[in-house]
Design a binder for this molecule. Structure first.
Ligand SMILES: [Zn+2]
Length: 288
């Protein structure tokens, strides 16, 4: 428990707390994708590959720039933890923190997933979401968050008095990335990063600001669809939490596989140009 406030509120506390918030970033200057142009090419999609992600395990997949991929619920409610990399450079990877700062806590159609520094550019754009009807519920919960990192054996060890569990998303992603790249698991592990929690329903409690989860509303047939802005290596874990209605980091939840479908498009979205790496000159104020 956090201690109650140690400091007496100042006389003008109410006025200070009543100040209206402003958005951290002037996102009206953020270049937004022309989502109608992206969606217009969806009619010409051809399914070229499917990858099954087994329950409590992970799998990798590759999507060339200009292609689409879907994460599909097939057998039962199941959440997925997604890592994305530049297929040619593992150091360029999905950056949840900045994606959250620019888009909000949960992602949906028209939102772009950004890469890490120093490239900071769109790597994928969400083009369809069959859970877009969910919005935010009465608890402040929503789906597809970029707030929850990923379940991992270190936090589990911390919270369970030394427990050892090997099928947290962090470990699943580590094994799959190791298999896909030839790196050893210890070499692959530092490349695993905070995820997009696909289908997971999460939020922060209003009174204490604590991270919460609740049963995912996803059902078989639902999918989240992305356009690949760059050549992508994806890594997806079917979380041991299943629909994340009760607990993760154990084998007690009912879990299901997930399916990744990879599509080619007959044309590029009108006006689309491959995202360039970020234009900051990286001198950081150092002369010369
Ligand atoms: Zn997980």
């Amino acid at each position: 428990m956090k201690p109650v406030a140690l400091t007496q509120a100042p006389d003008d506390a109410a006025q200070r707390k009543a100040i209206a918030p402003v958005l951290c970033y002037p996102v009206q200057t953020l270049p937004r994708p022309d989502i109608d142009a992206y969606r217009a090419v969806r009619d010409g999609l051809t399914l070229v590959e499917t990858v099954v992600v087994p329950a409590r395990d992970a799998a990798t997949f590759r999507v060339p720039a200009g292609g689409f991929f879907r994460i599909v619920s097939t057998e039962g409610p199941q959440v997925g933890d997604l890592n994305l990399f530049n297929q040619h450079d593992l150091s360029e990877r999905f950056y949840t923190g900045k994606t959250r700062a620019l888009n909000g806590t949960h992602l949906g159609v028209g939102d772009q997933l950004f890469t890490s520094f120093p490239t900071l550019r769109p790597m994928a754009t969400i083009t369809h979401d069959t859970l877009d009807w969910y919005g935010f519920d009465a608890f402040g919960g929503s789906v597809h968050d970029v707030i929850g990192t990923r379940c991992d054996p270190y936090t589990h060890n911390l919270l369970s008095d030394g427990g050892q569990y090997h099928h947290c998303c962090h470990s699943n992603l580590t094994r799959a990335l190791s298999t896909a790249t030839g790196l050893t698991p210890h070499q692959a592990e530092p490349h695993v990063h905070d995820v997009l929690n696909v289908f997971m329903c999460t939020g922060f409690t209003r009174d204490t600001g604590q991270y919460f989860m609740k049963a995912s509303p996803v059902r078989p047939g639902d999918f989240l669809e992305f356009f690949a802005e760059i050549d992508l290596l994806g890594c997806l874990s079917a979380c041991p939490g299943g629909d994340c209605s009760s607990e993760h980091s154990s084998d007690s939840a009912r879990c299901y596989p997930l399916l990744v479908e990879i599509y080619t498009a007959t044309q590029r979205p009108e006006g689309w140009v491959a995202p360039k790496v970020n234009g900051y000159d990286r001198c950081h104020g150092v002369a010369g």
